[in-house]
Design a protein around this ligand. Structure first.
Ligand code: MN
Ligand code: MN
Length: 466
């Protein structure tokens, strides 16, 4: 009669434990490869192609799309949509799991290189919600795209291989921090202080910016680039810290970007394991969630809608009523992480309604802040359908409110898909230390998330309520 969370570890057998460890190992590899939204798009497509997915442009060119076909669409090298075409008419709706691949980080400014007191720096502008003081004194690596003046595109990574140098941002020694320690956490490190140290050797016989000039010399020798090339470049600095097992019992995974690559991985894992569905299945991997889902590669863009219309058009169904029905009849898991209860910070959570480590994927009816503000707030009918889909496969899941009432809050891509009148609910892995340079998840919750998304794809369309 009483509701009690189930602990995944206590409710799986040895075979499932082996499966859990295999998934965890594969996820760690994914996290160490898909380090940025661009690298994630590449890795998602690489894995999809291995399972028989083909570029949508091939399908458009051959004007052929049939049940069982697997299709991917790449959006400007940063977002991906995967489709497994169902045997039923798409107008009856699709089963969509939507995750994001961008994570909080530091982006280089368009004129990044500067020099002060014989030290050269890359200036940054942070991306997404970060506690700025957490990004100092840790090793950083750089990933990006830069064009030479004559248009050659270079994809550059520095610091992710063991024989490459890493970067860092300096912090004040405690001995001289008497004044600093009295500042609020918001002001301890200010945005303009997030300057990445890139060098300290001056160029000989140079009086003006000799260290900066030496860095430019190195960049030019190595990559053939000049300072002006940075104006059109995109570089991201992320922690140079590999994802790995955590805890004496190795029950957890520490790594950068679990938000939201753990849900991205789980959605990918699920959609790659289902063949010949009745309804069309969709795996969405979008960019820009951390800054409000804006931009052409964010969920707010028309990319997804346009792609669905292209698919309908292959079978001469590209009319507005077919498109609207296809979208409005769809059911969605908005696959994003939620806050796991942290006993270190009890007062910001309410235990009964918080996701707890090891108790499975969290189903989050509503997010938002200050009275559910901006939240999708899923309805009871749809929640019951999701519950039935999970129960059918014995998925261990739990509820997870994003913090106590009035403690703060956050959002996901849920509200954007709901604008099409789709049924949408947030459902993702609980995370500790969210948005910190390294975040923590439970392997049990990763395992449960993969199971939940697969159960959703296979069972959400059983018509449980009819
Ligand atoms: Mn997220
Ligand atoms: Mn986030």
């Amino acid at each position: 009669m009483e509701y009690k969370r189930k602990n995944v570890w206590l409710n799986i057998d040895d075979e499932q434990k082996n499966e859990l460890e295999e998934i965890s190992k594969d996820y760690i590899n994914f996290l160490n490869t898909a380090k940025t939204e661009r690298l994630a798009a590449k890795e998602i497509i690489r894995r999809a192609e291995e399972k028989g997915f083909v570029d949508i442009n091939e399908k458009i060119a051959s004007k052929s799309l049939k049940p069982g076909d697997k299709v991917y669409a790449l959006n400007k090298n940063k977002g991906v949509a995967l489709f497994v075409i169902g045997s039923e008419d798409m107008e009856n709706g699709m089963a969509i799991v939507g995750a994001h691949t961008d994570s909080p980080r530091l982006d280089l400014k368009p004129v990044p290189l500067s020099e002060d007191s014989n030290l050269a720096y890359f200036k940054t502008h942070y991306y997404g919600g970060v506690k700025k003081y957490q990004w100092t004194t840790i090793p950083l690596e750089l990933h990006g795209v830069i064009y030479t003046k004559d248009g050659e595109k270079l994809e550059i990574s520095i610091g992710d291989k063991d024989d490459e140098p890493v970067f860092t941002i300096s912090e004040l020694l405690i001995h001289l921090s008497r004044k600093l320690m009295d500042k609020s956490a918001r002001e301890v490190i200010e945005g303009e202080q997030l300057k990445i140290l890139v060098g300290s050797i001056p160029l000989k016989d140079e009086s003006d910016n000799p260290v900066k000039k030496n860095i430019l010399r190195i960049l030019n020798e190595k990559y053939g680039i000049i300072e002006e090339d940075f104006i059109t470049a995109e570089f991201e600095a992320i922690p140079a810290i590999k994802a790995r097992n955590a805890g004496l019992d190795s029950s957890m995974i520490i790594g950068h970007g679990h938000d939201d690559r753990v849900c991205s991985y789980s959605a990918l894992n699920a959609i790659l394991s289902v063949e010949n569905p009745k309804k069309t299945l969709v795996g969405l991997f979008v960019d820009k969630e951390e800054i409000g889902s804006t931009g052409a590669t964010g969920m707010g863009s028309h990319f997804f809608e346009n792609t669905v219309l292209e698919l309908l058009n292959i079978n001469d169904k590209a009319n507005i009523i077919s498109l609207k029905r296809t979208l409005a009849n769809s059911k969605v898991l908005s696959a994003d992480v939620t806050a796991a209860y942290d006993p270190n910070f009890k007062d910001v959570s309410e235990l009964d309604n918080s996701a707890q480590f090891g108790c499975g994927v969290a189903l989050t009816k509503y997010t938002g802040s200050g009275g559910k503000g901006g939240s999708n707030d899923a309805n009871a009918e749809y929640l019951q359908e999701v519950r039935a889909a999970f129960d059918k496969e014995d998925v261990i899941y739990q509820t997870g409110e994003l913090g106590a009432v009035d403690a703060g809050g956050g959002g996901t891509i849920a509200f954007i898909l709901a604008e099409y009148n789709m049924d949408v609910v947030d459902c993702g892995t609980p995370v500790v230390s969210m948005h910190a340079p390294t975040e923590l998840i439970s392997k049990a919750d990763l395992y449960s998330t993969c199971k939940a998304y697969k159960a959703f794809y296979e069972n959400i369309w059983q018509g449980w309520l009819n």
